[in-house]
Design a protein around this ligand. Sequence first.
Ligand code: 10D
Ligand code: SF4
Length: 318
Amino acid sequence: MPDTADLTLYLAAPRGFCAGVDRAIRIVEMALEKWGAPVFVRHEIVHNKFVVDALRAKGAVFVEELDECPPDRPVIFSAHGVPKSVPEAARAREMIYVDATCPLVSKVHIEAERHFEAGLQLVMIGHAGHPETVGTMGQLPPGEVLLVETEADVATLAPRDESRLAFITQTTLSVDDTAGIVAALQARFPAIIGPHKEDICYATTNRQAAVKAMAPEIDALLVIGAPNSSNSRRLVEVGQKAGCAYAQLVQRATDIDWRALQGARAIGITAGASAPEVLVNEVLDAFACRYNVTVKQVQTATENVEFKVPRVFREASA
Ligand code: 10D
Ligand code: SF4
């Protein structure tokens, strides 16, 4: 029997696609237009199965490593960034490649290099094995970047010279957890140099702020996003820490555990930076089929960031 109880859905804004994701998807689409299929993409262009499947249907082929690509087809590097060795290998094989790394991730790469050139050793706050962390650490020679994932890791760091250190971060971390790690770094290494402007990006920050703002109003939170999406998973944690007893990641409407939501009268909905709005609408429709829904938008910021695609496509469309 459908439950026709009243339900308020609090819809976070901003949510969903950020400028870096939008640009990366456009790059794959434009590459397919320019060179035809197949176009190879190293790693999921963004961490979302729906996006990847849609591009695959248009002729994109997703691989994990460059040596899985034939040398005579174009290859695109995902929005998360790649170690320096990857474009080097592509050049050595004389491949056409397009780097879809988000400009805000590239900014961190440049920061790392600048500190290295100034003779500083780097501490990176990030998640081990995540492609962005692998890519950023891979901007410098092995051993030049020390990884910390938690405040506890700070105590065991063994830098070359405690007075010659700088830190950088992954762009999609929890704003609050990172502040704790930074404080621990500064307490142990008072001379450590930080970024001029926060490495955690505007999109990550804004999506977390919107979840915090809606948390007092809601009984449960659904975050639309993929299990391998760092920024989406952080939104679930932010919801939990802000007091949501039930905060769950769902890839799409079919993942919703309706039983777990029974009794809830106010539910928050948001979407990670790689989750398309069509999936948000699918989730809203699924609620509308089961409840008498009122939707309230919780808007904590407006975003107007847009990134240009690489010149190779701008020239083509000029
Ligand atoms: O896992 P993640 O949050 O880093 O990536 P996702 O593809 O889900 O979202 C876009 C974020 C990027 C490309 C890293 F900045
Ligand atoms: Fe760029 Fe931030 Fe989006 Fe990552 S989450 S792609 S850093 S805008």
